[in-house]
Write a protein of this length. Structure first.
Length: 114
């Protein structure tokens, strides 16, 4: 009887640990989506602020919006299976870094709206 209870205890413990590991994995995945989407939203706000303040010309704005639309498509493609992997997040972060630099450069160049 003692052997049976020990086996049962191991089975229960193993089930609990595997369930906890699965929950931990599930909770980290939505954070990736949220982080990527929050950053894209912040960059969109930066572009809108540049338009409002006049530091971005219509042509610069169109170029930046085109880049942001491409990023949005890539985010949607990465989320198509329900989660963003670390590899996909790294790729999206590189693209967001490039877009962020472009936004900064275009907002701080000598061109302004007339």
């Amino acid at each position: 009887m003692k052997i049976f209870t020990k086996r049962l205890a191991f089975i229960v413990l193993g089930t609990l640990l595997s369930g906890a590991a699965a929950m931990a994995q599930e909770t980290t995945t939505p954070r990736r989506e949220a982080q990527v989407e929050r950053r894209a939203e912040r960059q969109q706000k930066r572009i809108a602020q540049g338009v409002k303040s006049g530091t971005l010309t219509p042509r610069e704005t169109a170029h930046l919006e085109k880049r942001e639309a491409k990023l949005d498509r890539n985010i949607a493609r990465a989320e198509a299976d329900g989660k963003i992997t670390k590899k996909e997040q790294a790729k999206l972060n590189r693209e967001e870094n490039k877009n962020s630099k472009k936004i900064f450069r275009k907002k701080h160049n000598a061109h302004t709206q007339k």
